[in-house]
Design a protein around this ligand. Structure first.
Ligand code: NZQ
Ligand code: ZN
Length: 385
């Protein structure tokens, strides 16, 4: 088991009716930037619950609407200007991962001296951020319980991430009812995103960390078990509740404690979204088979463990079990409406070279748990996907 520090300071407020707790969580006298997306919260009742809580606490707030999926730097900077102008000192993000991530960037950018794009492009040092909280309406990214954010920029077609302890949410409210309005596409995306978060922390090589392995396997098995009910309409409260809890657990640091990690699928997927606009989770399901194909030898011991413990595959050689687990995983993603591999997308012929070139230019390859996925390997992975 590797050395690790585990620290997660997010206060998670979970369950039906819990949005009302906002009134206790936001500091008295705060001037709140209430930020949200394209309007889903206005039709599903979440907006009204948030307004009631803010009013009940006698808080001053300013609204900022229109944070898009794959939040755009250009839009987020408008919120930064609003917050600076109106001296807002607390940020409330209400929506999916894009709103949560966008608000983490806004929180860091408000006090930043210099060009805030450098936070993403140059990993510029952050010393402080405006405190923030989240009301999550889409279980997927884990942003509600981590200090990472991913931001896109139109001008350069870039999608870049940053992480910093200053942008830990002070709290996140997770009410499963707020997911009832999600379309099937977003539910499927959410299940796949959470699942791949765990896979990227788990499918490496055995590292003498049986507890961490079993925590990861618990999240994976639970997602497989609840997925059909989580996709169902009318919504099933218990399935939605467990989906929300799984997604938060998938990327809050716990299942990555003491083990090697491989974020190749995510890094390649982010480039694919930046170039093509394909939804985040869909890029993961598209690229993951390519990573498994090219890194099969290095991962097959862990794949065989995954086969047995998550898919109950016990027969055959190690290779056969590992391959069967890959096939089961692809079928699972397809069962929630998310295509696997790249064949269902209409992409330029040189997409593999473009992605490899962009990662190399950013010095982001080599990727993988062994640091051996260089840009030539990235190209082969995309070609194999
Ligand atoms: O904008 P609105 O109107 O709210 O509509 C959104 C959006 O169109 C809609 N939606 C959200 N909650 C809803 C709802 N529709 C109906 N009912 C609800 N309850 O869903 C659409 C997609 O929302 P978005 O926030 O973009 O989805 P998601 O949560 O999947 O977030 C994706 C973003 O998170 C990043 C991704 O790269 C992408 O930019 N990620 C963030 C991570 C992190 N912070 O740790 C890790 C992830 O790997 C990921 O990279
Ligand atoms: Zn993800």
């Amino acid at each position: 088991m590797d050395n690790f520090t585990f620290h997660n300071p997010v206060r998670l407020i979970f369950g039906q009716g819990q949005i009302a707790q906002l009134s206790k969580e936001i500091p008295t006298g705060a001037r709140v930037l209430f930020a949200f997306g394209g309007g889903s919260i206005k039709t599903n009742g979440v907006y009204d619950q948030v307004v009631a809580a803010l009013q009940g606490a006698g808080l001053h707030w300013a609204e900022f609407a229109g944070i898009e999926p794959n939040p755009r730097y250009e839009t987020l900077m408008q919120a930064v200007e609003l917050a600076r102008r109106e001296k807002l000192d607390f940020i409330l993000a209400v929506g999916g991962g894009s709103v949560a991530d966008g608000c983490k960037f806004i929180a860091a950018a408000i006090p930043f001296v210099g060009d805030p794009w450098d936070i993403l492009a140059k990993r510029a040092r952050i010393t402080q951020a405006v405190p923030m909280g989240i009301v999550l309406t889409l279980p997927a990214t884990g942003s509600e319980m981590n200090c990472f954010a991913v931001v896109s920029r139109d001008e350069t077609h870039e999608k870049l991430s940053f992480g910093h302890p200053a942008v830990w949410p002070k709290f996140s409210v997770l009410d499963p009812h707020s997911t009832y309005s999600l379309p099937p596409r977003q539910l499927g995306n959410g299940i796949v995103d959470a699942y791949v978060h765990v896979l990227e922390q788990y499918l490496t090589f055995p590292a003498a960390a049986p507890l961490t392995d079993r925590l990861a396997e618990a999240v994976l098995s639970t997602l497989v078990e609840i997925a059909p009910r989580a996709m169902a309409n009318p919504p099933d409260y218990q399935a939605r509740a467990n989906l929300m809890w799984c997604a938060a657990m998938a990327l809050n640091g716990l299942v990555g404690s003491g083990v090697p990690q491989d974020w190749a699928t995510h890094y390649i997927g982010h480039e694919l979204t930046a170039l093509s606009g394909i939804d985040h989770a869909r890029t993961l399901a598209a690229i993951w088979p390519g990573v498994m194909a090219l890194k099969f030898e290095a991962k097959k011991a862990k794949l065989a463990q995954y086969a047995e413990r998550v898919w109950n595959i016990r027969d055959g050689s190690e290779d056969e079990r590992a391959l069967a687990a890959i096939a089961k995983t692809r079928a699972f993603f397809e069962s929630v409406g998310v295509p696997t591999g790249l064949s269902s997308y209409d992409l330029p012929a040189d997409i593999a070279a473009q992605i490899a070139g962009r990662l190399a230019a950013r010095h982001q390859a080599p990727l993988g748990e062994h640091g051996d996925i260089d840009s030539a390997m990235v190209k082969r992975i995309v070609e194999a996907a």
